[in-house]
Write a protein that binds this ligand. Structure first.
Ligand code: GLU
Length: 370
């Protein structure tokens, strides 16, 4: 599929911009970049009716500058404080830049838990849709002021990927200060159709100086979106009108083509976003059955790990430890222990119950890793 074909059908996008693209040489928020981006997105919204969600970094960088901190704080409370100070400056700049277009800046600050809890996840989607209906551009960042280490993504590329999956947006655009994924000769790789080792080898060890991204993180984020069935473009956020140019089919940046299947909204959450609380190790027969679109039965389970309740997400792994699927378990871990390796005719006696589920994970609640 050519770029022109891919971009022609697009009606919704998620754009993520990184700290280095948003700040000037000294590290201050670059007003020119912010207003150029706001102009570009406002134009696309007005002229092409594209639904746009922006994920913007830059809070910590802006806060550091404002508070006179020369280096990124190492201790978490100071990092939180810098984000608290910087986030208001950041959103204010976007609000000012969007105003002439009759648009509001709708700030949404998220933590990992907002994605892991199904209800909060769906609430997030409702809020984004309501903003888009109300002449507002949703602008998302991690709630760094409260997101302590255990609940931190620490990586807006990944947040943008989960938002893309949440919205089933048609494309994710990752903007940074590089022109795309560069090959060994330093040339932009125009298209990536498979996330194989040759692609991984193109990741250089250097990371962004003020943000927390880097090409490795971008590829992980892109992998999440392509697994769900949507394309990703990595391009330079300093390039004028970059988003319009990409949506006009211009051959800039690196296009990462989607995988073959397109997952439903629910499967995206189960397979790519929900937190897995346990593992079920299964035998080869069960792996084969799962790959043939069958449910997971107790008979094929060899061992159980972790603590989980009925309805929680678990990973299904093969004998070699590879994750073959993720799904929602019909049984808590202690009940799987009782029935694993057994047939359903024995479940009543083993569980001491009159009714039971035939499947440990029903096919409808199961998503294969590939
Ligand atoms: N949330 C961080 C900030 O606003 C950025 C995280 C990232 O660079 O991915 O500074």
């Amino acid at each position: 599929m050519s770029r022109a074909e891919i971009v022609s059908g697009i009606s919704s996008i998620v754009v993520k911009i990184g700290t280095n693209a948003l700040t000037d040489k000294k590290g201050a928020l670059d007003h020119a970049v912010i207003s150029a981006l706001a102009d570009d997105l406002a134009r696309l919204r007005k002229q092409r009716g594209i639904h746009i969600t922006l994920v913007s970094s830059g809070a910590i960088g802006a806060g550091m500058m404002e508070m006179g901190l020369s280096a990124r704080p190492k201790d978490l409370p100071m990092l939180q404080a810098a984000a608290a100070v910087g986030q208001s400056l950041l959103i204010n700049q976007f609000a000012q830049a969007l105003k002439p277009h009759g648009l509001h800046a709708g700030q949404i600050l998220v933590t990992r838990q907002d994605f892991e809890h199904r209800l909060r996840y769906l609430n997030l989607r409702n809020c984004i849709h309501a903003l888009q209906r109300s002449n507002a551009l949703p602008i998302i960042n991690e709630n760094d002021a409260v997101a302590v280490e255990e609940i931190r993504f620490g990586d807006n590329d990944l947040i943008a990927a989960h938002i893309t999956n949440l919205l089933r947006a048609d494309m994710l655009i990752l903007l940074s200060v590089v022109d795309g994924l560069l090959d060994e000769q330093g040339q932009v790789q125009a298209t990536v159709s498979d996330m194989d080792e040759s692609v991984a080898a193109m990741v250089r060890p250097e990371k962004s100086t003020r943000g927390s991204g880097g090409m490795g993180g971008k590829l992980v984020a892109a992998g999440t979106v392509r697994t769900a069935g949507e394309p990703v473009i990595i391009a330079n956020g300093k390039m004028p009108s970059v988003v319009s140019r990409l949506l006009a089919g211009e051959d800039i940046g690196t296009l990462i083509l989607p995988g073959a299947r397109r997952l439903s909204a629910r499967s995206r959450w189960i397979g790519l976003t929900a937190k897995t609380l346990g593992t079920l190790t299964v035998d080869d027969g069960a792996v084969k059955a799962l790959k043939n679109n069958k449910s997971l039965l107790a008979g094929g389970i060899i061992s159980v790990g972790g603590k989980f309740s009925r309805g929680d997400a678990v990973a299904v792994v093969d004998g070699a430890g590879n994750v073959v699927a993720r799904g929602l378990s019909n049984y808590a871990d202690e009940d799987v222990e009782k029935i694993m390796g057994r047939k359903s005719k024995d479940f009543a006696a083993l569980l001491g119950l009159d009714t039971w589920y035939e499947e440990v994970i029903h096919r409808d609640d199961l998503v294969l890793t590939q």
